[in-house]
Design a protein around this ligand. Structure first.
Ligand SMILES: *Cc1c(COP(=O)(O)O)cnc(C)c1O
Length: 399
């Protein structure tokens, strides 16, 4: 064709900020396991970070109704007023956080919430304290926003939790924010109320901000108690940002709905960012979220009980495998397993396990813990039994 434009080899110079950031390896491993399955290979996948249940019917019905009623147009960038109201009420009723609708912004998922928060808060050189093992996106979000992640390592001795002294010593005059995630992905640990209170004291004393990622608050076991750090007292409340969403509690990962609770000034700033980037979250999906909060919470408890059964089953099976050690998680749906007696590279361990036994798990290196693997038990009991038998075989073959 005469006028066709052909693509030349343009040497593209990408922004330095993306150079340091690797793609999400958990998504890559899940994708590889799915692709193997599609080829007809019998893969047991424990890699995904999402509940395997369908979204409860009444939530889907509310979104369908909204769709039929023409809720198909642009809405306010900060979210449907009715949803912001319902979220404010939830946080006040269930978490003791005194928020009004103007303290709430609706986002395209918890990940989007945290990313926008970093963009709104972090300047070049600002330090953000992240306890390890951490959710893999936290440090990358900080880097994308131009900040410096400061990693605090923990181990099984402290239950994978930071101590107040550790936090105090990590704070410098550049510290802007602490990222707290309880219940934790990947470790499943839950900070006890008195531990939260001790951290809150230091946050107030040093006047830093804390973002509390509470996405797993509903998935807890054995009477563990979730205390939102913002509820400790009004001083720490003013320094707190709450991040939560619908993905885990209501099995709505694909809906992409999360939210932040924070001081009004910050919410306005994040609304401004959203107004120039994503605009509002899918309008009719937000009506599903309203139904999730305003209807019976029985579905949440039913899923929690299913997770509790699987947790016990997988814990018992793992414990019978010589060479692997793990503690019993109090929340979320992951087993965080120490593999140091078997391998000194979590990535090699995971690749070999997938190749040889067709079992997909996530290497701890992506969470800042190369001597561990993460096994998600958001899958059925039959897969858990089959997969752990294969893992047992694999581990025995390594010695
Ligand atoms: C799943 C998850 C989120 C939020 O996920 P979205 O799907 O973006 O809502 C946030 N934090 C942690 C630790 C998670 O595991």
């Amino acid at each position: 064709m005469e006028n066709s434009i052909t693509q030349r080899d343009i040497k593209m110079k990408l922004a330095a900020r993306v150079g340091k950031v690797p793609p999400s390896l958990t998504l890559a491993i899940s994708a590889k396991a799915k692709a193997m399955k599609a080829e007809g290979i019998d893969v047991c996948s424990f890699s995904t970070g999402e509940p395997d249940f369908d979204t409860p019917q009444h939530i889907k019905a509310a979104a369908q109704k909204a769709l039929d009623a023409g809720k198909t147009k642009y809405g306010p960038a900060a979210g449907e007023p009715k949803l912001r109201e319902a979220i404010a009420q939830k946080l006040s009723r269930e978490n003791g956080l005194n928020y009004k609708p103007e303290n709430i912004i609706v986002t395209n998922g918890g990940k989007h919430s945290l990313f926008n928060l970093m963009l709104a808060l972090i300047e070049a050189g600002d330090e953000v304290i992240i306890p390890a093992p951490y959710w893999l996106s936290y440090p990358e979000m900080v880097k994308l926003a131009g900040g410096e992640p400061v990693i605090l390592s923990t181990d099984v001795q402290t239950g994978y939790k930071i101590t107040p002294e550790q936090l105090r010593q990590a704070i410098t005059d550049k510290t802007k924010l602490l990222v707290l995630n309880s219940p934790s992905n990947p470790t499943g640990m839950v900070y006890k109320p008195e531990e939260i209170k001790a951290l809150a004291e230091i946050i107030v004393e040093k006047d830093i901000l804390v973002v509390s990622d509470e996405i797993y608050e509903k998935i807890i076991y054995d009477g563990a108690e979730h205390l939102s750090i913002g509820a400790v007292n009004s001083d720490v409340f003013n320094n707190t940002i709450i991040s939560n969403g619908f993905a885990k509690a209501f099995s709505m990962t694909g809906w992409r709905i999360g939210y932040l609770g924070a001081p009004v000034e910050l919410i306005k700033t994040i609304a401004k960012i959203q107004s120039h980037s994503t605009s509002n979250v899918c309008t009719f999906a937000q009506y599903g979220a309203i139904a999730a909060l305003e209807s019976s919470q029985d579905c949440v408890e039913e899923m929690r009980q299913a997770f509790a059964k699987r947790r016990q089953a997988i814990y018992d099976l793992l414990h019978a495998i010589p060479g692997l050690t793990c503690s019993k998680p109090e929340g979320a749906f992951y087993m965080f397993v120490n593999i140091s007696k078997v391998s000194n590279s979590s990535l090699e361990f995971c690749n070999a396990l997938l190749e040889e036994q067709k079992v997909a798990v996530i290497p701890g290196v992506v969470f800042g813990a190369d001597d561990h693997i993460r096994i998600s038990y958001a899958t059925d009991l039959a897969t858990i039994e089959k997969g752990m038998a294969r893992l047992d075989k694999f581990v025995r073959s390594q010695s």
